[in-house]
Design a protein around this ligand. Structure first.
Ligand SMILES: *[C@@H]1O[C@H](CO)[C@@H](O)[C@H](O)[C@H]1NC(C)=O
Ligand SMILES: *[C@@H]1O[C@H](CO)[C@@H](O)[C@H](O)[C@H]1NC(C)=O
Ligand SMILES: *[C@@H]1O[C@H](CO)[C@@H](O)[C@H](O)[C@H]1NC(C)=O
Length: 484
């Protein structure tokens, strides 16, 4: 136990070397289990370049850490990011890049918090941090992941020169981290493909981007350049209005292909698989083109095929693992998308966007969702208004189904009440009631129909005309499911 006396000796230099020897010893022969745990956040912490961040870390159970020794370090324990021992911050063997930028938050020590503040965050601060706490012969540590993000400058748009029969417009912005996404849009919010894009990393490790677009002369249009940090989910945007010039040049646009959707809404059934059809016209290979299926947001797509591969970064989380671009027909211009396990929330518009170089076209497609619900459940409830009240319930329909009571000849019977509600899953539940005469001795059917799918479900009961002593559920005489 000579090692222990080292740990408690005064004077920083000896304390630290003792600490290192001790640390190795403990790691090799784990002497004692710790009496506390050290807990960091269970998710990465995101810091903004130039701002400060607090890296949380605390003892569990909560106990005073005032008399303990703690080290924040990265890959090696020495030099460290920050060290605290003998009730003081110790800077002797600190990593030079953290000099003057760290502070252990002492206010929290009494309740076990050993959080570290880092000032003036830099891109190089990104990565893992260890929060190590020692108390006598006990030690514990937690690992923490720090992500760094930089929100760059407002984009600067400049209208540069005539080139290739158009006007060359450039958008520049600096100080992004990590690399930002750049997007040109027109007045209606439609994405415009850029002609060139360059990104470079400056000395401060932050990214600069420059992207150019060629707009047709005579275009009279408003353009905006939008730059987005996908870590922060924040963007900066600038717009410019370009007035048409040189009316002597004819306005020509080369149509290389068109993108064709089905021309009518596509209907999918909840839980099943659907193919959203889309193809190029005239037929040509789309193998080396970009195919982007998206809903309202171009950047967070439903599916992206680019550089000959499916790309999943920035895919909408809702569609993760459920989409596939069917490659069998891609050389023939068929860029249909398959979606598995359809959900109610998949309903709505889809864009099938195909880009080849600076040329692009898109088609809009409407997806409708339908669900066929459960067999209706009929229950005989109580006497009411001189008759017997019978209730029919069914769930899992979309859209709202039509519900009818019918006699064996198919004649509609008037309902007493009708209720429809949307359940948690986004599907409709129905409950209809009817009063039938006592002693009616009749077969009664409850019929629920999805008019969208043209499919229905029906249940029938035989009512003997006398109510059992207690309200009870009757078994179905028969259940039918018809397709028409
Ligand atoms: C511990 O102290 C810190 C700093 O004063 C405070 O932010 C934190 O909420 C405290 N935690 C508990 C559990 O009391
Ligand atoms: C495109 O491919 C899909 C899936 O293989 C197929 O169902 C569809 O008929 C094809 N469409 C055309 C126009 O070839
Ligand atoms: C009710 O339906 C059952 C089964 O279809 C049939 O056997 C029975 O005769 C019907 N009863 C009446 C009163 O219509």
């Amino acid at each position: 136990m000579t090692v222990l006396s080292f740990c408690h000796s005064s004077g920083f230099g000896s304390s630290l070397s003792g600490f290192i020897i001790y640390f190795i010893t403990v790691y090799v022969h784990k002497l004692e289990p710790a009496q506390f745990k050290v807990v960091g956040p269970d998710h990465p912490v995101t810091a903004i370049v130039g701002e400060e961040i607090v890296l949380p870390c605390h003892l569990s159970p909560r106990m005073s850490a005032e008399k303990m020794e703690m080290t924040w370090f990265r890959s090696q324990i020495s030099p460290f990011v920050h060290h605290y021992s003998d009730g003081k911050d110790q800077y002797g063997l600190q990593m030079p890049e953290f000099q003057g930028r760290t502070e252990l938050l002492k206010d929290g020590l009494l309740n076990g918090s050993v959080a570290l503040r880092i000032l003036s965050i830099r891109p190089s601060d990104e990565g893992q941090y260890h929060c190590l706490v020692l108390d006598g012969i006990f030690y514990e540590e937690a690992l923490l992941d720090l992500k760094v993000a930089g929100l760059g400058s407002v984009p600067l748009i400049s209208v540069e020169r005539h080139q290739d029969g158009g006007i060359w417009v450039v958008c520049q912005s600096a100080d992004w981290y990590p690399e930002a996404e750049v997007l040109w849009r027109d007045l209606s919010g439609r994405h415009l493909p850029s002609f060139s894009e360059t990104t470079s990393q400056g000395e401060n490790s932050l990214f600069e981007t420059e992207t150019a677009l060629i707009v047709t002369e005579l275009s009279n249009q408003k353009l905006s350049c939008c730059i987005r940090n996908t870590v922060l989910n924040q963007e900066k945007e600038s717009a410019v209005y370009i007035a048409g010039q040189s009316p002597s040049k004819p306005h020509t646009e080369l149509i290389q292909f068109r993108v064709m959707g089905p021309g009518h809404p596509v209907t999918a059934v909840v839980g099943e698989t659907i193919v959203l059809p889309c193809h190029l016209s005239p037929r040509m290979s789309a193998e080396n083109m970009e195919v982007r299926w998206f809903r309202s947001d171009f950047l967070s797509f439903v599916h992206l095929y680019q550089h000959g591969k499916d790309q999943y970064r920035n895919q909408m989380p809702d569609y993760r693992g459920r989409t596939e671009l069917l490659k069998a027909g891609i050389t023939d211009g068929n860029v249909s998308l398959q979606i598995l396990n359809i959900r109610h929330s998949d309903e709505g518009q889809y864009n099938c966007f195909v880009q080849d170089g600076s040329f692009y076209e898109e088609a809009l497609l409407e997806l409708k969702i339908a669900a066929l619900g459960s067999n209706p459940l009929i229950s005989v409830e109580s006497h009411q208004d001189g008759g017997i009240r019978v209730v029919c319930q069914s769930a899992g329909w979309y859209p709202e189904p039509k519900v009818l009571w019918r006699d064996p000849s198919g004649q509609e019977l008037p309902s007493l009440s009708e209720a429809k509600s949307l359940g948690d899953s986004g599907l409709f539940e129905t409950e209809n009631s009817i009063i039938i005469k006592e002693r009616s001795n009749q077969n009664l059917s409850c019929w629920v129909r999805n008019t969208f799918l043209n499919q229905e479900k029906e249940s029938t009961v035989y009512i003997a005309g006398q109510l059992p002593a207690k309200p009870a559920r009757l078994n179905h005489l028969n259940q039918k499911q018809n397709k028409t």
